[in-house]
Design a binder for this molecule. Structure first.
Ligand SMILES: CC(C)(COP(=O)(O)OP(=O)(O)OC[C@H]1O[C@@H](n2cnc3c(N)ncnc32)[C@H](O)[C@@H]1OP(=O)(O)O)[C@@H](O)C(=O)NCCC(=O)NCCS
Length: 137
């Protein structure tokens, strides 16, 4: 059974390992330590299988990142993470690589729309699409 709970110190190493598998420029462990309170993890027993980071500023919520261990994809874990953080009061926004069709598709499923492009947002020069979700839009 998968449970969604706040990130705790003991789970940071597993989050860092998934981050390394999922991103070309993984965030260092120090960032997860500093931002521990911003993250939720999906756990199956003691194993972390995915995570999502959010930052709420008044009525706007920024999704910092989300990842699911490749071995656990396609089982609705991202869906569970999204359902935990989304609500119909706040505006949500995020950045996603223009080439990341999978993530873009997942976010579109949950009501996000592309609103702009940030040129050369990533360290390798790739642009980011900015996606926004407005309740009931
Ligand atoms: C994006 C990611 C988090 C999705 O995780 P996941 O647990 O496999 O996704 P889920 O199984 O919960 O699927 C969520 C929805 O997206 C759809 N979906 C998932 N993967 C898909 C794919 N490859 N193609 C099309 N649709 C897909 C599912 O059908 C599902 O739709 P539903 O809610 O209508 O059933 C995962 O692929 C990942 O970690 N990617 C690498 C990291 C990344 O790119 N993160 C985003 C950075 S902005």
């Amino acid at each position: 059974m998968i449970e969604i709970i706040p990130l705790k110190e003991k789970d940071i190493a597993q989050v860092v390992a998934i981050e390394a598998k999922c991103f070309r420029f993984p965030k260092p462990e120090s960032i997860f330590r500093e931002d521990e309170h911003k993250y939720l993890v999906a756990k199956e027993g003691s194993q972390v299988v995915g995570y999502i980071g959010i930052e709420k500023i008044i009525d706007e919520t920024h999704i910092i990142n989300m990842a699911v261990d490749p071995a656990y994809r396609g089982q609705g874990i991202a869906k569970r993470l999204m359902q935990h953080v989304l609500n119909d009061e706040d505006v949500f926004f995020l950045e996603v690589r223009t080439s990341n069709e999978t993530a873009k598709g997942v976010y579109e499923r949950y009501g996000f729309k592309v609103i702009s492009t940030r040129k050369a947002y990533y360290p390798d020069g790739e642009d980011a699409l900015v996606m926004r979700r407005i309740p009931f839009e």
